[in-house]
Design a protein around this ligand. Structure first.
Ligand code: NDP
Ligand code: GDR
Length: 346
């Protein structure tokens, strides 16, 4: 089997590459031309030099490049993981987000339709499409109400994925994935921002951390498990839409507490709104401050997924708890930050 993965330099791209290579796939991974390409995640997973992995320079916004990519690589499956995936930035760059995150998916759908309609397609859809909560928990049947240019672009791609399935009979699956994290998570996303800062604070490299909305609730799972679900969606008889989630939700505030606990620091909260802060219970030092700069113009307050369809039809289930995930991320950030310290001293 041969698979194309767009966005191979991202968190999910790295885990999916590892998973498919272990299954014996040939993987064609696409990366963008930049002045200094970074394959650190593939390196961290030990797959960068795997003989069955080929890396191809490609940009999702280019339809002719997409057609050539499929003509040359002749895949059985395409996983579209590439996106401008940061919700906060999408408010500042709504049109770039639309081009990449929305129209980019349609470039691949068009290329599949043109080059080889038997190619199976996975679209990385998101719980951000639910946005303003209409019902909890959120399932495949919950109405959408996206709250950011990112969520809106993803909703367009989601409906186009369904439309190409219904109009042209293509095998197109849409995975509505709730937040999934890992030690490979990008540093601007809140969990990794927290675990990295906590590791640095524990090592005396940083004194405090600034965050935005501490009340937001997310259904956070472990990315390595979510990529298995992506693959399972493309192995079914018929294509469909599936929610992948843990079914459990926690606030950003609670994640902060767990991360400090992982380095044996107990915190106490005081103040409210923009004046809220977390202090070290033993030393009274300020460890967390709220900075309105990190608030979003419109927020998604509560996400909690109902993964029962995926469990029933795919046999997929999240296995790692948030507390385990948080400890894993803090531990990895401690190792990384310590290794930087050693490098600096050499
Ligand atoms: P990342 O931000 O870590 O990775 C995104 C990838 O897309 C990177 O490899 C990036 O390349 C690539 N990319 C960006 N723009 C382009 C472009 N114009 N052409 C080609 N490639 C491009 O995201 P994740 O791995 O976390 O997520 C994977 C997908 O799943 C994304 O589509 C995301 O929106 C979606 N998703 C993620 C969830 C999560 O919790 N992680 C939940 C639900 C959906 P570069 O390295 O050069 O920037
Ligand atoms: P999200 O993830 O927007 O859910 O999108 P992110 O980690 O950025 O935010 C989660 C929640 O935390 C709040 N928050 C902060 N967020 C960031 N990044 N930085 C902060 O300092 C901060 N303080 C509080 C946010 O307001 C938000 O409520 C992620 C991405 O991976 C998307 O691509 C994916 O589709 C969704 O998850 C599901």
């Amino acid at each position: 089997m041969k698979a194309v993965i767009t966005g191979i330099t991202g968190q999910d791209g790295a885990y999916l590459t590892q998973f498919l290579l272990e299954k014996g796939y040939q993987v064609i991974g696409t990366y963008r031309r930049t002045s200094s390409v970074n394959f650190w995640r593939l390196e961290a997973l030990g797959v960068l030099t795997h003989p069955n992995l080929r890396l191809v320079e490609y940009d999702l916004t280019d339809l002719s490049a997409t057609i050539r990519l499929l003509q040359k690589s002749t895949p059985n499956e395409v996983y579209n993981l590439a996106a401008q995936s940061f919700v906060g930035v999408s408010f500042d760059q709504p049109l770039t987000t639309l081009d990449i995150t929305g129209a980019g998916a349609v470039n691949i759908l068009e290329a599949i339709r043109t080059v080889d309609p038997s190619i199976r397609f996975y679209q990385a859809s998101t719980s951000e499409m639910f946005g303003k909560v209409a019902a909890v928990p959120q399932s495949e049947d919950t109405p959408f109400y996206p709250r950011s240019p990112y969520g809106i672009a993803k909703l367009y791609a989601h409906w186009m994925t369904i439309n190409y399935r219904e109009s042209y009979g293509l095998y197109t699956a849409s995975g509505i994935l709730f937040n999934h994290e890992s030690p490979l998570r990008g540093e601007e996303f809140v969990t990794r921002k927290i675990t990295k800062s906590v590791a640095r604070i524990a090592l005396g490299l940083q004194s405090f951390l600034e965050l935005g909305n501490l009340d937001a609730k997310r259904d956070w799972g472990y990315a390595k498990e979510y990529v298995e679900g992506m693959w399972q969606m493309l192995q079914q008889k018929e294509p469909d839409n599936y929610v992948l989630a843990t079914g459990h939700t926690e606030t950003v505030r609670s994640f902060v507490e767990q991360a400090f606990k992982a380095v044996d620091i107990d915190i106490v909260w005081q103040g409210e709104g923009v004046n809220e802060m977390a202090l070290n219970k033993d030393t009274n030092e300020v460890l967390v401050k709220v900075n309105p700069e990190f608030y979003r113009p419109a927020e998604v307050e509560l996400l909690i997924g109902d993964p029962s369809k995926a469990q029933r039809e795919l046999g997929w289930k999240a296995r790692t708890t948030l507390s385990e995930l948080c400890k894993m991320m803090v531990a990895e950030d401690l190792v990384r930050e310590q290794s930087f310290l050693v490098e600096d001293n050499v």
